[in-house]
Write a protein that binds this ligand. Structure first.
Ligand code: PMT
Length: 391
């Protein structure tokens, strides 16, 4: 997993480098984000050395958007120690430094807090109320433990030991691996339908949604067969096997050959419904003033074909890109193509659909449930889809 360890200004911050070391040793990629007060108890050099990455501490050091790129990068944000101050800030929506801003950008279910403070502070009604608020949003907590505290008293408030936090992270990453040992098929990108040797009919799909889905499935433990139409995107993920195709018929051949060996498929490609009836193997000459007529014939519907091939135990997810009567049209595709889920994109939503890095979807299931997302990065949308089908 990609993990950000957040460190705030409590004496237990001196244990944070050990936590970073344990997480890195367990194979996680780790980056650190610290408040200025945290650096009273541990140092930038120590954190950068153990994480082998630059520390994120200054909100504006690299343009003021690093909290967003870190949020997109991180599978988990572990704040250890989490002081009463940072807990209160998150509960009240205060984002006034690098770490609190990152915490507000992170989806709550990807945050783990290890509170550490004096017992009286921990027992204060406002801290207890804040902790309940955070838990209600899905933020997880570990500790605090009861024991001797730096202020010389005994009681609840000790940060959970780095080994316990690392074990908790290991449990969370296993829970993330809901699809391990499963093979999944994903289609991505556009298809190009040749008119002649230099021209084609295509569409604006970039492949970003499909590549994000492949990454999210791999992150959940699956081995992924990614069949992509023409796109500049690449993947270095060893769990993703990329097959590049050009036309709908090539995508059809690859997908129908792979599907029988897969536990499921998510078809996000924007496949051309039609192709030119004739495809010239040379450059067609200009036809003159009377214009030119292209006769189109229908391409095979890959999703409907997989719906027909689907056996018990296989899960099939389609996309629907709609401009009007969105829900009605998506429901129709879900039924007609024998799908388990359909992910509806409306081109009426700003920031959703072709080319952009964000999307906004409604996931409809065969059993009638539906889940609407806010506008999120395609990476987070992909995780939402994968979590929905995996659960
Ligand atoms: O690639 P990006 O730039 O990131 O953009 C993402 C996206 C907008 C392409 C993606 O989110 C999306 O909506 N993909 C589906 C686009 C589409 O073709 O929708 P459709 O409603 O026309 O098709 C319905 C479903 O049938 C889709 O799952 C499609 O893959 C599939 N289909 C369609 C035609 C066909 N011949 N074969 C198919 O398998």
């Amino acid at each position: 997993m990609n993990i950000v360890v957040g460190i705030t200004g409590g004496i237990a911050a001196y244990k944070a480098p050990e936590l970073v070391r344990l997480l890195a040793k367990a194979g996680h990629e780790v980056r650190c984000a610290a408040t200025e007060h945290a650096l009273q108890f541990t140092t930038r050099v120590t954190l950068e050395t153990v994480s082998r990455n630059p520390l994120y501490c200054d909100l504006f050091a690299s343009g003021g958007t690093e909290h967003i790129s870190l949020k997109d990068w991180a599978d988990l944000l572990v704040v250890a120690p989490a002081t009463a101050n940072i807990i209160g800030k998150v509960a009240s929506g205060v984002a006034d430094d690098a770490l609190s801003t990152l915490l507000l950008a992170m989806p709550p279910e990807r945050v783990l807090l290890a509170p550490a403070m004096n017992s009286q502070m921990w027992s204060h009604p406002v801290v207890q109320r804040n902790i309940e608020v955070l838990k209600g949003w899905g933020i997880r907590t570990i500790g605090p433990a009861v024991g001797e505290l730096a202020c010389g008293t005994n009681g609840p408030g000790r940060m959970a030991e780095p080994e316990e936090i690392a074990a908790c992270v290991a449990r969370l990453s296993t829970a993330n691996c809901q699809l391990s040992a499963q093979r999944w098929l994903v289609t991505a990108g556009p298809t190009y339908e040749k008119i002649d040797s230099v021209r084609f009919i295509g569409n604006y799909s970039s492949g970003k949604m499909g590549f994000a889905l492949a990454e999210a499935l791999a992150e959940a433990g699956a081995d992924v067969e990614l069949v992509a139409g023409p796109t500049a995107l690449k993947t270095a993920n060893p769990k993703v096997k990329l097959t590049r195709v050009e036309s709908a018929r090539e995508m059809y051949a690859a997908a129908t050959a792979l599907f029988p060996q897969c536990r499921g498929a998510i078809l996000s490609a924007a496949v051309a419904d039609y192709r030119p009836a004739e495809q010239a193997d040379h450059k067609l000459k200009k036809q003159g003033d009377e214009g030119m007529t292209l006769r189109l014939v229908q391409n095979p519907d890959i999703l409907a074909t997989l719906g027909g091939m689907k056996t018990d135990g296989q899960t099939l997810v389609g996309f629907a890109l709609e401009t009007d009567h969105e829900l009605e049209n998506a429901q129709g595709k879900l039924q007609r193509k024998n799908l388990d889920y359909i992910v509806l994109n409306s081109l009426r939503d700003q920031g959703a659909g072709f080319g952009v890095d964000t999307n906004k979807v409604t996931i409809l299931s065969r059993n009638g449930s539906s889940k609407e997302s806010p506008l999120m990065s395609k990476r987070d949308i992909a995780r939402l889809i994968v979590n929905t089908i995996a659960s």
